[in-house]
Design a protein around this ligand. Structure first.
Ligand SMILES: [Zn+2]
Length: 479
């Protein structure tokens, strides 16, 4: 007798191929049979009329701390059908550097000094082994913590060769202990002082350990094309696969530039591995910086340390109430976060539809009033963009959140429904699936995800919530 049988669902296997109606058998943490005659199970699920897909892989998260918090903390992801998260993005990772005071923005997106208590990747991995996460995780090593450590906090300049050597040693150690690659956030001050030599040296260090190069570009606005060229140059010189994070072209004067950036990515892909991810919204979210605000881009506060009651309010309204310019209001609110309505819908769709584009939420789980992408990304792509708008077939949507992501990040045995694959599975109702979180109610549960299994264990049921199962694992790239 097998452990679990899911019967009669349309199985979309994650490869992009058309779905087939079949029964799926699970034994332990693996899928053991797919077909019409799989035998009797201890637990039977009648899934007629529903769709069964590989558990979704969130290609871009800041869940480094969230996955330490048990099953309930992962409701935002399990309720979307997500079973694996990529953490350590944008140059921000919770290891391998501990801080004894609040780290500089944007590292504080993960929390204040209390949370920065992992002086090595091994210490972070040990914590995840001791208290297993509710979803699987693949962890990148962020450039900013090791840069701040190596440069003694004096990061507004190019690093010396001795400092690059210190960063490389830390990176190598973290990758040897299980890190999946290097992430950078060159748009942010602690990372932005880095010049090409430093980045190529670190990329080569990661390449020697089978790592990836994952980057929040130096610029997503006026200089986005130069920034894509820089990322490609670093990845090609470094000799390792490239992932361009949350690709976008921000501010009205840059709308349309994705025609050029996607062509650059296509040209690179012809001879070098490269991928990109996107979230399905026209607004971005990150820390609030006075120098980034401008009157033609609506900005809403997502959290503020000195003014916590302002979360959810528009910066323009706060500035009017305080009778100060926008940048002055922002200066009074920091440390703070914000949502910036800076993107074009056509551009978002063009990037999302690109054959190499994965879906990543970029959700910020510790914000007082988070961008709705944290709770809604995956059902929004399936329900709004694939089903309602017909931007691409459902099989393509699933591929962008499963098989393509596993392939791009080198996660084996996941992102696919196949005999022998891990039983990370998402059962959803294709007619009902939709995001409900929006900018006014950003933490509403999505509809239509019926059940989510992680390594063969039921982790979430619709109407039931999280089951409490913590069956996730820290994954290693390429194994
Ligand atoms: Zn980023």
């Amino acid at each position: 007798m097998i452990d679990l049988a899911i019967r009669g669902a349309l199985v979309i296997d994650g490869t992009g191929a058309a779905g087939i109606v079949a029964d799926v058998a699970v034994e332990g943490d693996r899928i053991v049979a797919i077909g019409g005659n799989i035998g009797v199970a201890r637990e039977e699920v009648d899934a007629a009329g529903l769709t069964l897909a590989p558990g979704f892989i969130d290609a871009h998260t800041h869940d480094d701390r969230l996955i330490l918090g048990g099953a309930e903390a992962m409701l935002c992801k399990l309720s979307q059908g997500v079973t694996t998260v990529i953490v350590g993005n944008c140059g921000i990772s919770l290891s391998p550097v501990a801080f004894d005071s609040r780290p500089p923005a944007p590292l504080d997106l993960l929390g204040d000094a209390r949370w920065w208590r992992f002086p090595s990747f091994a210490a972070y991995a040990a914590q995840l082994a001791e208290v297993p996460p509710a979803v699987n995780a693949l962890a990148l090593v962020g450039h900013m913590p090791i840069r701040i450590e190596a440069m003694g906090g004096d990061t507004g300049r190019a690093a010396t060769s001795a400092e690059v050597g210190r960063m490389a040693a830390r990176l190598a150690e973290a990758l040897d202990q299980g890190g999946a690659g290097l992430s950078t956030g060159l748009w942010y001050a602690p990372g932005g002082g880095a010049e090409r030599d430093e980045l190529v040296a670190l990329a080569r260090c990661a390449a020697a350990r089978n790592g990836l190069y994952v980057t929040h570009l130096r610029d997503e606005g006026n200089a986005v094309e130069a920034a894509v060229a820089e990322a490609i140059g670093i990845g090609v010189s470094g000799g390792l696969p490239i992932v361009i994070s949350h690709h976008k072209c921000t501010a009205p004067e840059n709308f349309g530039k994705s025609h050029a950036t996607l062509a650059m990515i296509d040209a690179c892909a012809a001879h070098h591995p490269i991928g990109l991810d996107v979230y399905p919204y026209c607004a971005s979210s990150t820390v609030l910086r006075p120098e980034w605000v401008r009157p033609d881009i609506e900005t809403v506060v997502s959290w503020s340390v000195p003014h916590p009651d302002r979360a959810g309010q528009s910066l323009a309204e706060i500035a009017a109430e305080w009778r100060v310019p926008l940048h002055e209001a922002a200066a009074r609110l920091v440390p703070a976060g914000a949502v910036y309505f800076s993107m074009d819908e056509g551009e978002v769709r063009r990037i999302m539809a690109h054959r190499l584009t994965m879906i990543g939420s970029d959700g910020l789980p510790h914000d007082e009033r988070p961008h709705p992408r944290l709770w809604g990304t995956f059902p929004r792509v399936l329900g709004h963009y694939a089903r309602d708008l017909g931007l691409f077939p459902l099989e393509t949507a699933v591929h962008k959140m499963t098989g393509l992501t596993a392939e791009t990040f080198g996660i084996s045995g996941r992102g696919i429904v196949a005999e022998g694959a891990y039983a990370d599975l998402t059962l959803f109702d294709p007619a009902r699936i939709i995001d409900r979180a929006d900018f006014t109610a950003p933490t509403l549960l999505s509809a239509g995800v019926v059940a989510t299994w992680v390594n063969g264990r039921l982790a979430y049921g619709e109407g039931q919530g999280v089951t409490g199962a913590c069956a996730g694992r820290l994954l290693k790239r390429g194994s």
